[in-house]
Design a protein around this ligand. Sequence first.
Ligand code: NAP
Ligand code: HSE
Length: 436
Amino acid sequence: MGKRESVGVALLGAGTVGAGVAQTLADRADALARYGGRPLRLVGVLVRDTAKPRAGLQQDVRLTSDPTALPAADDVDIVIEAMGGEQPALSCIQSALRAGKHVVTANKLVMALHGPELIALAAERGVTLAFEASVGGGIPTIGPLVRDLAGNRITAVNAVINGTTNYMLTRMAREAASYEDALAEAQRNGYAEPDPTDDVDGKDAAYKLAILSTLAFRCTVREPDVYREGIRGLDAADFEYARELGYVIKLLATSRLRDGAVQARVHPAFLPERHPLAKVDGVYNAVELEGDLVGWTMLQGPGAGASPTTSAIVGDVLAIVRASATGSALSGYPDVRERVSILPVTDLETKYYLRLRAYDKPGVMAQITGVLGEMGVSLASIIQKEVPEDAGTPAEVVIITHKARESAVQEAVRKLEALAVVYGAPKLVRIEDGSA
Ligand code: NAP
Ligand code: HSE
């Protein structure tokens, strides 16, 4: 970083997150200058639409829609990338690093697909690429993994790391809100991605789990390595059954390192009410880590929104400015380019919730339990709700299994769906009660 009196900052993106950052740089200018040792000066902002009014920007800030204008500009020392998407964000980050600029990004997609190479590029250029805001909003997750817990061998990550879906699931379970209303509220609150299908289909959580797993296990885990299911298939009845059975439904992101191989998955899960992640509600997120020295630890806080994300970004900026005062880049991002074997979800062994609709005729239950028995899936409990005898409507059957192998359970579901007495596709949700 140059020896100018102030630190030149370029902000790529001035939406929910970028506007929060710009506002904080303006509102807290004196306090940030005192902490960093030099004032931070916002020199340029990249947006798509330069005609849109932008509150809080000084007159002399260059507003541009040209993605090449700011990353390598002479008066820029730190580039903050808060635009999202793969391109042009990736090219902007690469140009900035190649030009010797430090980069702070909130972009989990870019970090989940290109993180290891970008970390290596930053190291090669002697600059910092910091990305605390890419996972868990305001919760410090990256810093603890690469610094405070660096002496551990981390073997497991369990997390609720999407604020939008956690907010939606909480509203749907507690207040019987509809899926559509809950999503619209999350969007109004600034939690959702520009394309909210990334949230509800589990992609955002998969990006974040790839980043956490890469840093935790010190090897490359990319988003396509993460098995993924979203929350669209859940309905009011699933929340009622979960409650009746003593569970809470969460979009769980979980990864394990066993014998040099990683299994990583994101999907809805039934968690016992007493499970620490079951108590993480609304926009809150939490990350549980298991390390050989620390044992079990959990990091928790607001997982999305302008202010928490600004907190993470400004923290990264200040750490870079303070490190540069001693002439160094911020240390602590390990080389994580080594590849690792990825285990398929079919290797999983856990308990399952199966919900299906079957015509209420003699012998039906025997057929259902027969299929499960044939596949070696043993049953812990069955609930069948009574329907009027003459209604001709299918009865709802809910089955909780003992621990079983996912490959066998999936095959059983295919066979159940093929039975003439079963109506529609059975629904399957994994139960994670810590016994797997
Ligand atoms: P957003 O509200 O949609 O803002 C995106 C900003 O980037 C807008 O100012 C947009 O310009 C600009 N932009 C996007 N594509 C551009 C392009 N091709 N050229 C020029 N400008 C472009 O998104 P956001 O919620 O702030 O999220 C930004 C990033 O932060 C994403 O990577 C997201 O995953 C991450 N993040 C978000 C949150 C959160 O709670 N929202 C939390 C953590 C991380 P216009 O204003 O002209 O449209
Ligand atoms: N859309 C993301 C979420 C933003 O809801 O968690 C924070 O990364």
